[in-house]
Design a protein around this ligand. Structure first.
Ligand code: HPA
Length: 304
């Protein structure tokens, strides 16, 4: 039992990550968490990758790798989703020192958005300059087919519309400004290079570009919600990513993002079809090789 005291913030977290004065992980506590990792790995990554559902295979491609299960890292949340392994893997990807999150944290697991996004700050302290995010998403754009890969050009952070944001709470300027700009979050140059790579690798016809809408989950969306998202300009919908990208831009990281369209959203009322996690994992399995090739090639061209 935690003792409730005057002035204490009560949050879903009662494990000490919210301190008695209401602040969250302090900069200093993140520095010690980072030091814990750096003391145990020889790698000094400049690229960070967050692997989406069924896409954790990318982390297995890291050479000379050293990994840390989330539940072994002091202060780290643990990942609870099928298809997410739950570890941080350091190693070399196509010649580039890289750190991969094999499994991410979602708000539907019961964590606050700031806690879901905190590994991005760890990456920043580790020395990462570029963050690559991948996710599984439902296709809203009627031109999209299951198996397409969407380069993310922008996002809609729906939790933000309801007042939730990973930057909510006291701001520490050592991370970034109180009111960061978030347009141009997804690096244009990397988006262009990714397209070129897909063409060169022969799957250019499966590459699209569009807007990702983040919703809270864990239930898939109603037909009316999907129609609303589409009217608002979203091409794909999923339950992750925007909070990580916000935290990344706040602390000055360059960002590139990919959505694997794992299912076409059901946009008509009264039909039998519905989204399901098995289909999401099945499509990821079918298409993950191309996605892995794309990212492997991209990391080697980040310096261009
Ligand atoms: N909706 C939300 N999240 C998802 C979907 C979807 O259709 N597919 C994969 N992740």
């Amino acid at each position: 039992m935690i003792e409730i005291k005057r002035g204490m913030t009560l949050d879903a977290e009662s494990d000490g990550s919210v301190r008695e004065d209401g602040s969250m992980y302090s900069y200093e506590s993140m520095q010690s968490l980072t030091q814990y990792l750096l003391d145990r790995t020889k790698h000094r990554p400049s690229v960070g990758v967050i692997c989406g559902s069924g896409m954790g295979g990318l982390a297995d491609m890291l050479e000379d790798n050293e990994s840390f299960a989330y539940n072994e890292i002091p202060g780290f949340p643990t990942s609870t989703v099928a298809g997410h392994k739950g570890r941080l893997v350091f190693g070399i990807l196509n010649g580039v020192p890289t750190v991969c999150m094999q499994g991410r944290f979602h708000v539907y697991e019961g964590y606050s958005l700031w806690k879901c996004a905190m590994p991005v700050r760890v990456m920043k302290l580790i020395g990462v300059k570029t963050l690559i995010v991948t996710n599984a998403a439902g296709g809203l754009n009627s031109d999209f087919r299951a198996g397409d890969i969407m380069i993310i050009k922008d996002h809609i952070n729906f939790p933000g519309f309801a007042g939730d944001n990973p930057l909510r709470g006291r701001n520490d300027e050592r991370w970034g400004p109180r009111f960061p700009a978030i347009n141009n979050a997804y690096d244009l140059k990397l988006r262009k290079i990714a397209r070129e790579i897909a063409e060169d690798l022969g799957f250019g016809e499966h590459i699209t570009e569009g807007v990702y809408a983040m919703v809270g989950g864990p239930c898939y969306e109603t037909v009316s919600e999907l129609r609303a998202l589409k009217i608002l300009g979203a091409d794909a919908v999923g339950m992750s990513t925007a909070h990580e990208v916000i935290a990344a831009k706040h602390c000055g990281l360059r960002v590139f993002g990919l959505s694997l369209i794992t299912n076409e959203c059901v946009m008509e009322y009264d039909v039998e079809r519905s989204a399901n996690h098995a289909e999401v994992l099945e499509t990821s399995n079918r298409r993950k090789a191309d996605l892995e090739k794309l990212i492997t090639n991209l990391v080697a061209r980040i310096q261009e």
